[in-house]
Design a binder for this molecule. Structure first.
Ligand SMILES: NC(=O)c1ccc[n+]([C@@H]2O[C@H](COP(=O)([O-])OP(=O)(O)OC[C@H]3O[C@@H](n4cnc5c(N)ncnc54)[C@H](O)[C@@H]3O)[C@@H](O)[C@H]2O)c1
Ligand SMILES: [Zn+2]
Length: 410
């Protein structure tokens, strides 16, 4: 806001952008907006040579150029699909007029371990440095939400942001995290303490990847579908109820619809919710998450994110009923669906205490508020499909809700 040159100030004053204040300070107001747009594809056989999706995306901006790509692949995925690295290599070879791999596809630790320690991020950045990845190259991440979060951070921070293509390979990353605008890793035992808002260049979902995913992971990802249905779309909740038998069997048509609808609702919230980079205090997509994040940490990530979200939702639904916001019949439907899908709605970590004797789960409220940076905003339910924001949680009532969950589980 310092004066730079008299000419600049005159121009600014002339178009009304600078306002002399009483004390002589000159204020400029800098404004510009950058529209974000990225394609989200649902395809199958993404790395089959005849599938044009990836090659088309790479060539979207400079169609006649050979694009340099570095590919990081989740090692848990590679364990179940050992031929994948070769498939990616063959794909690049087939589409060499658009795509050059700067190295073999690089295996990175799958699951939360990649987010635990910053050295994984630094090692990936070293690869980008060694292979001279620039702002016109592509960083492609193939894997679960944890790998996408960590590679996304690498891409967002190297050269202040290089093009990043996400290939989510779990239910949760296809229906939720992969289509969003956030990345991050954990630090000081806090989830996503280090991260950035950085929309990807493209998101390419391939349902074939889900086949190899362990059943527990497939179920865990469905929690986010229940979540977004509960806060945004009662019809989708009814659809989940009607198709729960097929979902439990992981029937492909039902899984495909569930993933797509859930991803659409998340995309809609980000694009139309008015706050894609979460500058305000509300995080409507984080229904059930204040307790979930805490439970993940308390169980040292033995609970999957989706499992923790199911518990967090059961808790906030119970709290909503105890607060007189939601009726018991709605709660019964929600609990029935979650249990039918295979979620357990009790975990001993809910009653874990800290050295002070205080319930450890309650610290989740403080952490949630600190992460938001402002006033506490928690989404509760007033009906199926209708979220409602509150700015205070009564701790005694939270603990009563915990007790209720325990009693019901018994
Ligand atoms: N950025 C966001 O907006 C956002 C939103 C929600 C969740 N997340 C984060 O996502 C992470 C959870 O992601 P997740 O649920 O996808 O699990 P995950 O990334 O932890 O992966 C789970 C396991 O599945 C393996 N795996 C991945 N794909 C596979 C496949 N196709 N076949 C077999 N194994 C496979 C992984 O190696 C890992 O062992 C958490 O860290 C969470 O915080 C981020
Ligand atoms: Zn989540």
């Amino acid at each position: 806001m310092r004066r730079t040159s008299p000419e600049v100030d005159r121009d600014q004053v002339a178009d009304g952008a600078a306002r002399p204040a009483d004390n002589g300070t000159i204020w400029h107001r800098q404004t510009f907006s950058v529209p974000y747009e990225y394609p989200v594809a649902f395809t199958s056989g993404l790395f089959a040579s005849e599938n044009p999706v990836l090659a088309d995306v790479l060539g979207a901006l400079e169609p006649d150029r050979q694009h340099r790509c570095i590919v990081f692949v989740d090692d848990g995925l590679l364990a179940t699909r050992p031929a994948l690295a070769e498939e990616i290599r063959a794909y690049a070879e087939h589409h060499r007029e658009r795509m050059i791999l700067v190295s073999e596809p690089l295996a990175v630790p799958g699951g939360e371990k990649i987010k635990f320690e910053l050295h994984h991020v630094e090692e990936m950045q070293r690869k980008l440095f060694e292979h001279r990845i620039d702002r016109h190259s592509y960083v492609i991440a193939v894997g679960g939400g944890a790998v996408l979060d960590a590679v996304g951070l690498v891409a967002a921070t190297t050269h202040r942001g290089v093009r990043h293509i996400r290939v989510p390979t779990t239910v949760l990353s296809q229906n939720d995290s992969g289509v969003g605008v956030k990345n991050g890793v954990n630090l000081y035992e806090q989830k996503n303490f280090v991260g950035a808002f950085a929309p990807p260049f493209a998101v390419l979902n391939d349902l074939d990847f889900i086949d190899a995913l362990p059943a527990r992971e497939k179920i865990a990802g469905m929690a986010e579908a229940v979540k977004v249905a509960l806060i945004r779309d009662g019809d989708f909740f009814a659809w989940l109820e009607q198709n729960a038998d097929d979902l439990v069997l992981f029937a492909r048509p039902a899984m495909s619809t569930m993933i797509r609808r859930c991803a659409e609702l998340h995309m809609h919230q980000i694009a139309r919710g008015g706050d894609p980079f979460e500058r305000g205090s509300a995080r409507p997509l984080d229904f059930g998450h204040w307790a979930a994040h805490r439970l993940e940490t308390l169980t040292h990530y033995h609970l999957r994110h989706g499992e923790a979200v199911a518990l967090g939702m059961a808790l906030d639904v119970r709290y909503s009923v105890r607060s007189g916001l939601l009726d018991e019949a709605a709660e019964a439907r929600i609990r029935f669906l979650l249990e039918h899908l295979g979620f357990r709605l009790w975990h001993p970590a809910l009653e874990k205490r800290m050295a002070s004797g205080r319930h450890a789960v309650l610290a989740g409220l403080r952490e949630f508020r600190e992460h938001l940076g402002g006033e506490l905003t928690i989404t509760l339910l007033s009906d199926i499909g209708v979220g409602i924001e509150v700015h205070e949680m009564d701790e005694a009532r939270v603990l009563q809700a915990v007790e209720d969950l325990k009693t019901r589980a018994a």
